[in-house]
Design a protein around this ligand. Structure first.
Ligand SMILES: [Fe+2]
Length: 206
């Protein structure tokens, strides 16, 4: 009987900062005030129109920024201190009704990506939310055959206020279309791409 070993399983990190619900609401409102929404007749905003750069510099984001830094440091463990200094490209995304994000990676912007949700549902992390955020298995395209014992090609993340998900920036991810409620309020999330100056390269040690 052959033993079973796992091949190339990367790590996804997450943290639920439930105590930041009020901060999420304050920042949500600030972004609504700052950023005009599409009128709905011309469709959802495109990827540039829905972006608010340097969102973590806003006073409403002070605690959220602290939490994201702590979560990413915890995810990286000992490699955090070894890899500093770091620059953090960050933005808010304002997703209106029918807005979605096609599969892509953030590897040009960072080494490690954190996505922090300002809105969503109070559900377990690996459930289908609105919108459904998916971290894909980078070994298999969605249309490739998988063996009966292999799991699905992606890990679904349910957005929830204060939920932070962390993954290597090279890993492809996407977001299914968001459906707004009767109040037409958008979904919002923060993307923070961490680019390290001194990230150790394991190949150097071979
Ligand atoms: Fe992304």
């Amino acid at each position: 009987m052959a033993e079973r070993l796992l091949l190339h399983a990367t790590h996804i990190g997450y943290a639920d900062f439930d105590e930041t619900a009020q901060d999420c609401q304050s920042l949500f409102q600030k972004l609504l005030d700052l950023h005009p929404l599409s009128d709905g007749e011309s469709g959802p905003m495109n990827s540039l129109e829905r972006r608010v750069s340097d969102v973590l510099d806003l006073p409403e984001a002070i605690k959220i920024k602290t939490d994201i830094l702590a979560a990413v440091a915890g995810y990286m463990g000992d490699w955090w201190a070894q890899s500093l200094p770091v620059s953090i490209e960050n933005r808010a995304l304002i997703i209106q009704d029918y807005g979605h994000i096609s599969t892509h990676s953030d590897s040009r912007e960072g080494d490690v990506t954190a996505v922090y949700f300002l809105t969503g549902q109070n559900q377990d992390i690996n459930t289908v939310g609105n919108p459904r955020f998916v971290i894909e298995d980078e070994r298999l395209r969605l249309d490739e055959q998988r063996m009966p014992w292999e799991g699905r090609h992606g890990f679904s993340v349910c957005p929830k206020p204060g939920r932070c998900i962390i993954f290597p920036s090279r890993v492809p991810h996407n977001q299914h279309p968001f459906r707004a409620g009767p109040d037409r309020m958008p979904h919002m999330q923060i993307v923070a791409n961490f680019k390290f100056d001194n990230l150790p390269d394991p190949e150097d040690e071979v």
